[in-house]
Design a protein. Structure first.
Length: 212
């Protein structure tokens, strides 16, 4: 416990609350302005505040309540984990549920927000997933993933057969004839041998042709 206390860095709960209140307040203002612009009757520019001012206030209060509670819980517990998001989510959800003016609505919103925010933090806290290890070189990581998923060529040939997807491609600029498909090493030699045994024709390798 002493090591955790010494490693923990306190959070400015008030500063985070003011920051999130401003950010979500702007989001609430944008929502109110959009609703005001889509209104059928002409309510004027002040309608953004007279009719949608509640959205601005609600967004700001919920954002401030979540940020302050999360920072305060982290400072009291001296830990940064999903329990802080669960506590803060319950408080923020309860504040959002006050608009229902019923106790079940307040508690239900609190529990719903608590589950959503704690689960989001527990699964990485980002829509893109967990951060990659900064100590691992990206080239080495990608090569390891490629090697992990790569199958031996002989195993592929045993399952699919040799010569699948064959097509001849001749490049005029280089004068090279490529045979595309799944082939094991030494395919050209085995093919010439089979043709010679079956038809008695000695096939010579074309100059510039690819070998396998």
């Amino acid at each position: 416990m002493a090591d955790q206390d010494s490693a923990y860095q306190p959070v400015d709960a008030v500063g985070e609350a003011v920051k999130q209140a401003g950010i979500l307040g702007v989001a609430g203002f944008a929502l109110s302005a959009t609703q005001n612009a889509l209104a059928r009757e002409n309510v004027g520019m002040l309608g953004t505040f007279t009719r949608g001012g509640g959205n601005v206030l609600a967004f700001a209060v919920v954002g401030a309540g979540f940020a302050f509670t999360k920072g305060a819980a982290a400072n009291l517990r001296r830990k940064n984990d999903s329990y802080n998001d669960a506590i803060a989510g319950f408080v923020a959800g309860s504040l959002a549920g006050l608009r229902f003016r019923t106790l079940p609505g307040v508690i239900g919103c609190g529990i719903g927000f608590s589950i959503i925010f704690s689960a989001f933090d527990y699964t990485g806290g980002k829509f893109t997933g967990y951060d990659e290890d900064p100590n691992v070189d990206q080239f080495d990581r990608k090569m390891a993933l490629r090697a992990n998923k790569r199958r031996p060529i002989q195993e592929t040939i045993d399952e699919l057969g040799e010569g699948r997807g064959r097509s001849n491609v001749f490049h005029k600029s280089t004068g090279t004839d490529y045979i595309l498909g799944i082939y094991a090493p030494g395919y050209a030699e085995r093919r010439r041998e089979r043709i010679k045994q079956a038809y008695g024709i000695d096939v010579t390798e074309r100059k510039g042709a690819s070998s396998f």
